[in-house]
Design a protein around this ligand. Structure first.
Ligand SMILES: *[C@@H]1O[C@H](CO)[C@@H](O)[C@H](O)[C@H]1NC(C)=O
Ligand SMILES: *[C@@H]1O[C@H](CO)[C@@H](O)[C@H](O)[C@H]1NC(C)=O
Ligand SMILES: *[C@@H]1O[C@H](CO)[C@@H](O)[C@H](O)[C@H]1NC(C)=O
Ligand SMILES: *[C@@H]1O[C@H](CO)[C@@H](O)[C@H](O)[C@H]1NC(C)=O
Ligand SMILES: *[C@@H]1O[C@H](CO)[C@@H](O)[C@H](O)[C@H]1NC(C)=O
Length: 291
């Protein structure tokens, strides 16, 4: 197969924040609204999994993707349900798929992990982000099959990443770390804004019923911005929204104001911002008058 015509897979993410290093955190896309183009099953279609390529054609029985049959449907929400046993699947024979996930609020993000299903990973992935709920997108990361120098240019018209990262928000084009793609259940991790290394991969593809994408799970490790007045690592999901658990008499989703009556001094950002609470920056109760 011509290397220049590899399968492409476009993955779009909505985001509303600057990006920074976060060592640990929560899965910021868990149960978030997720759409995908090219979901299989409407109309119903038959498919083979990659491993069935090793079975003789007489013994090979196809599976069915049927959007009207819950037991045989593979909808986009399966990618963010926290379950590896469920997956999204694209229609056969399509090269370009878009997945869109809405974060619904701003997060700091560290890495994106994608676990594929019983089909090989795509030839290339582009990750984009939007801070205006999908009106405009900017590139976030490019991931290509080896050799990156050529594939970054051919697939996306950008230079392959070389040398050192100069800015935390630098957009990189890198190769898949694993050179040979596993036949099933591969997990890839895209490190956002961190030093990358990679040795690439060659994507051999089988035409026909085996040519589709499957994604079991997408996870984006994120943290909340709590302005140095709470632990951004643990801001629990409450009715679909995450808010900081503010300390030091601060209030607001991001602890960015003093709570009522704690107005002795103006609010200030904590030294541990954005991840950890800084007690020295707490808000103090105002002067008690009338005594
Ligand atoms: C798809 O599922 C619907 C609902 O169960 C069923 O009526 C229909 O026959 C199925 N189509 C195929 C091709 O299996
Ligand atoms: C792939 O992962 C799924 C979900 O964890 C599992 O059920 C399945 O057995 C795995 N496939 C293989 C071939 O190991
Ligand atoms: C998904 O599609 C629905 C219906 O077109 C739309 O209202 C919604 O904004 C989309 N969500 C995302 C995350 O793209
Ligand atoms: C995501 O990938 C990173 C880097 O490979 C790994 O350390 C982390 O454990 C992965 N997270 C999950 C939930 O698989
Ligand atoms: C409280 O009293 C101090 C000392 O008189 C004064 O400097 C400060 O501005 C007062 N704070 C408020 C919120 O009134």
């Amino acid at each position: 197969m011509d290397r220049d015509q590899q399968k492409l897979f476009l993955f779009l993410v909505f985001l509303g924040s600057v990006l920074e290093f976060a060592e640990s955190g929560f899965n910021a896309v868990y149960l978030k609204q997720t759409n995908a183009t090219l979901t299989c099953g409407n109309p119903p279609e038959e498919f083979f999994e990659t491993q069935q390529g090793f079975i003789s054609s007489i013994d090979r029985v196809p599976f069915t993707c049927n959007a009207s049959d819950p037991a045989r449907a593979y909808p986009p929400e399966n990618m963010v349900d926290g379950l590896l046993g469920t997956h999204w699947q694209s229609s056969a024979g399509e090269d370009l798929a878009f997945i869109t996930i809405s974060f619904e609020q701003a997060f700091f993000a560290q890495h994106i992990n994608i676990t594929f299903g019983n089909y090989r990973r795509p030839g290339a992935i582009k990750v984009e982000k939007s801070t205006d709920f999908g009106a405009t997108f900017t590139p976030w990361h490019y991931l290509v099959t080896s050799p990156a120098r050529r594939q970054c240019s051919v697939q996306f018209g950008v230079d392959a990443f070389q040398g050192l990262i100069s800015r935390v928000d630098q957009v990189l084009c890198t190769e898949y770390i694993r050179y040979v793609p596993p036949e099933y259940n591969e997990t890839i991790s895209i490190e956002l804004n961190q030093k990358q290394r990679g040795d690439g991969s060659q994507d051999s593809y089988t035409p026909g019923l085996q040519h589709h994408y499957t994604v079991r799970e997408i996870e984006v490790t994120g943290r909340c911005d709590c302005k140095g007045h709470a632990d951004g690592n643990h801001c629990p999901l409450n009715q679909g929204f995450r808010a900081c658990q503010c300390e030091g008499n601060t209030c607001g989703v991001h602890c960015d104001e003093c709570c009522p009556i704690y107005n002795q001094f103006p609010w200030k950002i904590g030294n541990g911002a954005p991840w950890t609470n800084d007690p020295a920056a707490k808000c103090e109760q105002g002067n008690i008058t009338g005594l």
